[in-house]
Design a binder for this molecule. Structure first.
Ligand SMILES: [Zn+2]
Length: 377
């Protein structure tokens, strides 16, 4: 596997501030340069040659531990909302079933439906359901969750299916964003409990299952395939050999990007070079999105922005993947609630913290994890 450091992965791309208008200017001129048949027209009428940019924003594990239920959700993801809302597609791994009362945290989760409403209200419009906690309340819990998601306006889900939504229509989930067909392929290594009863599916880390989803994506004419595995070893900052082998396999099967979750910490990144000459970025784990975890490294997280463009001529191009470091603050540290912040927006602002030692912890964690994973700060 290519051992390219993640630094070029990040530095080669635009900053998030450019997300709103930067890519258009930066790439549109470059894109049209070599299209000789339109060259003259382009020079004369550049505004008539549109280049659409599509951004897919992905965050890691959205958790709801018991102590989080006692707090107002409001601040949890509000700092990510601007990014989620400005992206064309925003994806969150929902690490719980909406299994009804009693609402419970670890080890067997059941979250109230208003938590899903809250995450959607922050701009996340695709929920990932293939994870090891989706079956925590058994098949009834899975059904309640998927039925609720299916009834939410503006939200789609993937990774699982039941009798309400046919598996083949949402796995993979094909999203048409400005004419770019993006396929999301979500699957999990397993469950903490037993699997679903007949008539339901949660997609598993089994090659025949995932290969079938890849084939469906291609048959549907997907321009771009994003694999979203729920995998890896918890609390370990480096990917294991199974993830490495799977990343190569996913890339050869047609994945254009691989973005993982589950370990509750950030893991290293790499590129896989495929036999057909593609260079597929792999982010092994984004870590959490929001949680009550306090174990070392579990509060440092990543958000990924995957950018694509589509020219007037219909050509779809992968522009790159940008990573932002996040930090999940616990109650009493920055606010009275949980609040995940984008670190670059808070660097140098130690005086904003109620508990400034948490700011120091954030900076130390960033240095430590950036070094251990090889991901540039
Ligand atoms: Zn998990």
């Amino acid at each position: 596997m290519s051992k390219l450091r993640a630094i070029p992965l990040i530095l080669g791309l635009f900053v998030i501030g450019g997300l709103f208008c930067g890519p258009y200017k930066a790439f549109s001129q470059e894109k049209v340069k070599d299209k000789s048949m339109f060259k003259k027209m382009i020079r004369l009428f550049p505004p008539l040659v549109p280049v659409d940019t599509v951004n897919v924003y992905v965050i890691g594990d959205v958790m709801l531990h018991k102590s989080q239920m006692d707090k107002e959700y409001g601040p949890f993801l509000e700092d990510l909302s601007r990014y989620a809302c400005s992206a064309d597609v925003s994806v969150a791994n929902m690490e719980f079933p909406l299994g009804g009362k009693p609402y419970t945290g670890y080890p067997s989760f059941s979250a109230p439906t208003d938590y899903a409403d809250y995450v959607a209200s922050m701009g996340f419009d695709v929920f990932l359901a293939a994870n090891n906690h989706i079956m925590d309340r058994g098949t009834p819990g899975l059904d309640k969750t998927l039925d609720y998601y299916a009834g939410m306006k503006g939200v789609r889900f993937t990774g699982a299916a039941n009798k309400t939504v046919a598996d083949s229509t949402i796995n993979p989930l094909i999203i048409n964003a400005k004419g770019i067909k993006i396929a999301l392929v979500n699957f999990t290594y397993g469950f903490n409990t037993g699997g679903p009863e007949e008539g339901r599916t949660v997609h598993m880390m089994k090659k025949e299952d995932v290969a079938e989803m890849m084939a469906r994506a291609k048959a549907a004419g997907a321009h771009f395939i994003i694999a979203l595995p729920h995998w890896g070893e918890e609390y370990v900052l480096k990917h294991n050999s199974r993830q490495g082998e799977w990343a190569k396999w996913l890339a050869e099967e047609g994945a254009d990007v691989v973005v993982g979750s589950h370990p509750h910490v950030v893991q290293d990144t790499t590129y896989v070079k495929t036999k057909d000459g593609r260079k597929v970025p792999v982010v092994y784990s984004l870590g959490n999105a929001v949680s009550n975890m306090s174990l070392i490294n579990t509060r440092l997280e990543l958000a990924a922005t995957i950018s694509l463009s589509r020219t007037f001529l219909g050509e779809v191009k992968f522009l790159g993947i940008h990573l932002d470091w996040l930090w999940c603050t616990l109650p009493g540290k920055l606010t009275d609630s949980y609040k995940t912040v984008v670190i670059k927006e808070y660097e140098g602002k130690r005086d904003l913290w109620k508990d400034p030692s948490d700011y120091d912890n954030m900076i130390e964690s960033l240095k430590r994890v950036a070094k251990a994973t090889g991901i540039g700060k």
